[in-house]
Write a protein that binds this ligand. Structure first.
Ligand code: CTP
Length: 408
C-alpha cells in the first residue's frame, strides 16, 4: 500500500448501504477497509440485509447504531434520515442487489436506504452483486446504465464462481477494490499542477504576554478546502491561525498567530499563485500596544486602544503579480448579498462565498454550511451540506474559474 492510498479517505464520511444478498456478509470487511483508509463509516441496512448479517456486527465495527427504518421515531430523534443524507460525503451501496438497483433507477423512496439515496447531495456509488443471469438481463443492464448516466459510480461486479455455483459476471468486487474505488472518486485532478494558497482559522492579537483578542473561527472550512484542493491535484500552502485541527497530509502548513504574521505569509506565498482562498476570520483590529509585562488589574473601567489590521486579501490582490483567481469569504448577519458584493468590489476578488452566521445550524463551529457564491455577474447557491462536501463542490467551481482565467 502506498502512502497516498493509506490516507486516501482521511476525514471522509461514508454512509454504507447494505442490501439483502448473500454478499452482504462481506460488508463487515468493507467497513474495516474503509476505516483503514481513514474514513468514518455509518451503516444503513435493508430488512433483507439483516437476514444475512446482523446489525450488531456492523454496529460494533462502525461504532454507531445501524440505521434500518424510515419511520423510526427514535432514529429520527437522533440522526434522522435527512441529516444522515447530509452527513455523507459518499453513499456507497455494497452489495447492491438487482432489486435495489431497480428501485434506485425508479427513484423509489420505499425504504430508508432508497429514501436517503434520493435525499443526499453526496456522490453515490453502487457495487452490484447478483447471479450472473440476473446481471446479464436487459432490465438490470438498463437500470445500471440509467444510474451511471445520472452520475452514480458503478464499482464492479467481477467475474468468478458464485454462491449459487454459477460462474460468470455478478460477484461483488473485493472489499479492497471497493474501498480503492471510493478513494478514486474523491480524486478529481481538476487543479492538477496548480499552486493554491489558503488562509484559515482565526488570528490572535496579543494584549500582553498572556492575553489576546480573537474570535470563534474553527478553521473547519479552510481545512476542508485544503483537503478538497489536494484531492483535486493542487499543491497547497495552508496559512493557518491557531486551531484544533491537524493539517491535511500533503499540505504545506505555515502556522501563524496574528493578522500581521498572516499578512506577511500571504504576500510571500500568494504572489503569482493560481488560486488564493481567504477563508481566515482575520481580526479587524489589534491592540495598539502589546504590553511587555502582564497588565495588572486596575480600576473599575479599563480602555483598550485598538488599531486597524491590514486587509490581507486586499493586499494580495494589489500585488504586482496577484493570484489568477482570488476568493474571499463574507460572514454576515444581515443584508448578505449587499455586504458580500461590496467586499467583492472593494477587495478586487474574483468571487466571494457568503454565509449567514446569524443562523446557529450553519457557519463558524458547525459541521454544515450553506452559502452563495457571488461574482460580478452571477450568484450560485450551494444548499446546506457538510463542510467537506461543500468544500469539494466549491473547489470544483474555483477550478473552473482558474481554467477560465488561464485560458489564452
Ligand atoms: N479579510 C482579510 N483581512 C482582513 C479582514 C478580512 O483578508 N483584515 C478577508 C477574510 O479572510 C474574508 C474577507 O476578507 O475572505 C471578508 O472578511 P470579513 O471579516 O467578512 O470582512 P471585513 O472586510 O473585515 O468587513 P466587516 O468585518 O466590516 O464585515
Amino acid at each position: 500500500m502506498t502512502a497516498a492510498t493509506a490516507l486516501a479517505l482521511n476525514n471522509k464520511q461514508i454512509l454504507l448501504g447494505v442490501s439483502g444478498g448473500i454478499a452482504a456478509y462481506k460488508s463487515a470487511e468493507i467497513v474495516r477497509r474503509l476505516q483503514e483508509l481513514g474514513a468514518s463509516v455509518r451503516v444503513i441496512m435493508t430488512d433483507g440485509a439483516c437476514e444475512f448479517i446482523t446489525p450488531l456486527t456492523l454496529q460494533a465495527l462502525s461504532g454507531h447504531p445501524v440505521h434500518r427504518q424510515l419511520l423510526d421515531e427514535q432514529a429520527e430523534a437522533g440522526m434522522g434520515h435527512i441529516e444522515l443524507a447530509r452527513w455523507a460525503d459518499l453513499l456507497l451501496i455494497a452489495p447492491a442487489t438487482a432489486d435495489l438497483i431497480a428501485e434506485l433507477a425508479q427513484g423509489s423512496a420505499a425504504n430508508l436506504l432508497t429514501a436517503v439515496a434520493l435525499a443526499t447531495p453526496a456522490r453515490i456509488a453502487v457495487a452490484p452483486a447478483m447471479n450472473q443471469q440476473m446481471w446479464a438481463h436487459p432490465a438490470s443492464q438498463q437500470n445500471i446504465d440509467m444510474l451511471a448516466a445520472r452520475g452514480v459510480a458503478v464499482l464492479g461486479p467481477e467475474a468468478g464462481i458464485q454462491a449459487c455455483g454459477d460462474v460468470g459476471l455478478g460477484r461483488l468486487l473485493a472489499p479492497e477494490a471497493i474501498a480503492d474505488g471510493c478513494a478514486a472518486l474523491f480524486a478529481s485532478g481538476a487543479l492538477q499542477g496548480r499552486r493554491v494558497v489558503i488562509t484559515a482559522g482565526p488570528t490572535r492579537e496579543p494584549l500582553d504576554p498572556v492575553r489576546y483578542i480573537s474570535n470563534h473561527s474553527s478553521g473547519k472550512m479552510g481545512y476542508a478546502l485544503t483537503t478538497a484542493a489536494l484531492e483535486a491535484g493542487a499543491s497547497v500552502t495552508l496559512i493557518s491561525g491557531p486551531v484544533n485541527l491537524t493539517a491535511p497530509a500533503g499540505a504545506q502548513l505555515v502556522a501563524v498567530d496574528s493578522a500581521a504574521q498572516m499578512h506577511d505569509a500571504a504576500l510571500e506565498h500568494g504572489a503569482g499563485c493560481e488560486l488564493f482562498i481567504a477563508a481566515a476570520a482575520v481580526a479587524d483590529y489589534r491592540p495598539l500596544l502589546c504590553a511587555e509585562q502582564k497588565i495588572k488589574k486596575q480600576g473599575e473601567l479599563i480602555t483598550l486602544e485598538l488599531t486597524k489590521n491590514p486587509d490581507i486579501v486586499a493586499a494580495v490582490t494589489a500585488l504586482a503579480t496577484p493570484p489568477a483567481v482570488t476568493i474571499g469569504f463574507a460572514a454576515e448577519t444581515e443584508q448578505l448579498e449587499q455586504h458580500a458584493r461590496a467586499k467583492l468590489v472593494a477587495k478586487r476578488l474574483t468571487a466571494i462565498v457568503a454565509n449567514n452566521v446569524a443562523r446557529s445550524d450553519i457557519g463558524f463551529n458547525s459541521d454544515d454550511n450553506e452559502v452563495t457564491l457571488y461574482s460580478a455577474d452571477s450568484a450560485t447557491r450551494f444548499d446546506k451540506r457538510g463542510k467537506s462536501q461543500l468544500a469539494r463542490d466549491l473547489i470544483a467551481r474555483f477550478a473552473e474559474l482558474v481554467e477560465t482565467a488561464s485560458a489564452p
